[in-house]
Design a protein. Sequence first.
Length: 544
Amino acid sequence: MSAICQARPPASRGNTSSPRHNGKVNSKFNPKKAPTSPPRRNTDFIPDANSELQCPHFAECSGCTLETNLASPPILDQATTFFKEILGCENFKLHAGPAQGWRHRARLAVRSSMPDIFGNNKTLVGLFKAGSHITINIPKCTVHHPALNVVADLIRLCIIMCEIDPYDETSGKGQLRYIQLAIADAPKEIEEKNRQQAQQEEQEIHAVQVVLVWNAFDLENSLGLEDFAETLWLQAATKLALAMTTKTAPPVALHSIHANFQPLKNNAILGPNTVLLHGSSESWTHFKLPAIAPSEPPPSTPATTHVGCSSSSSSPAEEDYDNRETRTVPISFDPTSFMQANPTTMTTALQSMRSWIMPGSNIVDLHAGIGTIGLVLAATTENIASLRAVEINPSAEVSFWKSWSRLKKEEEAFGVLTAGASSLSSSTFPLPEKVEYYVAAAGSDPERWLHGADVAILDPPRKGLEPELLDYLCRSIQEGGGGGGAPSSSVKRLLYLSCGFPAFARDCQRLIESGVWKLVSAEAFLFFPGADHIETLAVFDRAE
């Protein structure tokens, strides 16, 4: 289910005329005071199994706050009110994917229960109860990818088998504090070992990267860790072989086991040091995007007209779109990388973002992380001239260059460099010739980061854009340029993907009120079904 709110369609990129909105914002709007009445039913959402959480742990678990009407979280009322006031748009809605099995990354606490009447404790691997630090097991969590539940349960059994002490927050004692689980592409050795059997039995093997957060400074001082990891590795291999043979359980493999060391008595989940204990040192995920020419509108664009929110172009038929060739973009990540937990919805967002990228663009990806957005857009958009990534976390750079190196090798393997663009399939475009990565805050030197760029991708944390970056974007002329001077940068378009709506509303108002930018499109994405949360993709063009 998807819908968007637009002031004009992406297909009219050459048209620089302003939308009906005059650039003035209702200054009385306050996202914190917007309607928070019980969530309304989205009339465009067809109720089915995916509209309900259907989780047996909902009553106790703090992980989800909504059980029904997941496609109509209360925050959507605030966003709808906001965009109606500033854009006159009546149809601001969201992209909502499956409600179950969407989470590909999870962090779970490892604790002991209170002693029973016989003085025995149970080992708990799960989340805290709402408003407490009392841990509950969540073996049937419905938002988890099923492979995460399989591995979490196996870890719990191995903890008992190896007599590992769960962490105690009160005393600061215990061995295992948390586990982090992430779906990863299966290593080649697992693929090769099981390909023939999996094809015969039509079973897909899912691989899980495991991080054991140990209550110690380093491996040398981690009593029992290596034996525990060895047991877990062997038990997982046995379980996989049994699943492949009996087909009574989904085939799940361990991609790797890492140890992270967090000895401090605080609420931090991960420590600064991580080592590989078993498996592959290379962790990969991927995004598949259907081939689509940048001049076409995104497939979700509705062919309707609303007051102050027009969209007159037709979109490709859904079945035609789904049957197009796809390009798979590999993305490297490590145990400490920030990753979107919902790759299905992230793919939808990337697909929409790509439709707003003009051929030949110079792209700057601020708040780039490991480069997921910038690399996917660069690899799937026609003739991107350059990509500049800026990220404050220094550990993300290694993953970025691994991904770029693999993309270049794939390009060379398919003869892109020697045969030229005319030989490419419809799903492949040449990679940009110039790629840069800078370890810095996006607000540290906006003039430098935005210099020469046509499109800026903004993907800030929940607090929104850095004041320095926002100030620079809102300047109509260069300092000292005087009236009628040149724009503060060459950027013609902003793609703002927000994960915190109150901060986005503030930034959006500031950008429009500056007179430098006009809002031309906005749509929402339900990245976390079960939570009162949306992520907003807004497109701003430079005002004439």
